[in-house]
Write a protein that binds this ligand. Structure first.
Ligand code: CP
Length: 327
């Protein structure tokens, strides 16, 4: 499909429009709204692969990526996504900003708002910080990861990867293994995948398992060998050393033995898709032979990230662009 063939539409199942001003989380999205964003992203996958004629539908809009925490994949893919759509993209790195002089989050938000940004992409180390900013500004805000809370575009790109590889998310047994407690990726994925009717298992040492996780309609395991049985997708999580103050796991070596995705373990599910949001701790939660092996979809996840972020920014800026269908 050529980019120029695409007819943007905020119309979704049942004739409603995509009703959300911001994308601060998967929580609050209806299953058909998640599917709508995935459908929109499909177009951009093809357009990106074929280098179709440029579609600069965000020309004249200013996108500010304000990152208060480090990132490679998310920052770069939002930047590439915005540029491919013709937006003027500006990156604000907290380390080089007035945040270092003690400026508050609210003052920073009001400063960005006064510059009349048309879309803000925010990553922050504190859960809830992105919502705080969204409540203060006049433009759409996209959450690029906030603390332990949510990373909605990661979950969307993961769901898109699964849907493309498996034909559907519904009915797929997805095992999410690792540091579930500290993981915004796990939280957003659980919300998205259960909404799309996947059979979701989570696996972690008891010290890294959130209490009452069953309430999120997942099945918890502490034994990875049991959890992986019959898996269609194995999604590994990064051991987040920077969020741990010690005592969660005895050692990296023992963690790998009990929770690492090794070739031996993966041999139990030879048709399963291997996923990891990155960055990876090779030799801890995942071995290189697995990460780089034939079952891995890790680089495809990165590719889907650009398409998903193009879709989300396109949809959320339609109101500003006067495109049909906004409520
Ligand atoms: N998956 C992810 O969020 O990676 P980055 O921290 O590199 O953006």
């Amino acid at each position: 499909m050529q980019r120029s063939d695409h007819r943007p539409s905020t119309l979704i199942e049942g004739g409603a429009v995509f009703p959300h001003r911001h994308l601060t989380g998967i929580e609050g999205l209806q299953p058909h709204e998640i599917s709508f964003l995935l459908d929109e992203a499909e177009h951009w996958v093809e357009a990106n692969r074929t280098h179709a004629a440029p579609d600069k539908r965000m020309a004249g809009l200013t996108q500010i990526n304000a990152f208060f925490e480090n990132s490679t994949r998310t920052l770069l893919s939002f930047e590439i996504a915005g540029k491919r759509l013709g937006a003027d993209v500006v990156n604000m790195h907290a380390a080089q900003s007035s945040v270092k002089k003690g400026e508050t989050l609210i003052d920073t938000a009001q400063t960005l708002n006064a510059m009349r940004a048309d879309v803000l992409v925010i990553r922050h180390m504190s859960s809830g910080a992105v919502q705080l900013i969204a409540d203060k500004v006049a433009c759409p805000v996209l959450n690029a990861g906030d603390g332990w809370h949510e990373h909605p575009t990661q979950a969307l790109l993961d769901a898109l990867t699964i849907r493309r590889r498996r034909g559907s998310v519904a009915g797929q047994r997805v095992v999410i293994c690792g540091d579930v407690l500290h993981s915004r990726v796990a939280r957003s994925n659980i919300l998205a995948l259960t909404a799309l009717a996947a059979d979701v298992r989570v696996c972690a040492p008891s010290t890294l398992m959130p209490p009452a996780i069953e309430r999120m309609f997942v099945t918890p395991f502490t034994d990875f060998d049991q959890a992986i049985e019959g898996a269609d997708v194995v999604m590994m999580l990064r051991v987040q050393n920077e969020r741990m103050d010690g005592g969660y796991i005895p050692s990296s070596r023992e963690y790998r033995m009990r929770y690492g995705l090794t070739a031996e373990r993966l041999a139990r599910v030879p048709n399963a898709l291997v996923m990891h949001p990155g960055p990876m701790n090779r030799g801890v939660e995942i071995d290189s032979v697995v990460a780089d092996g034939t079952q891995s979809a890790i680089t495809e996840q990165v590719e889907m990230g650009v398409a998903v972020r193009m879709a989300c920014m396109d949809v959320l800026t339609r109101r500003a662009r006067g495109v049909e269908g906004w409520a």
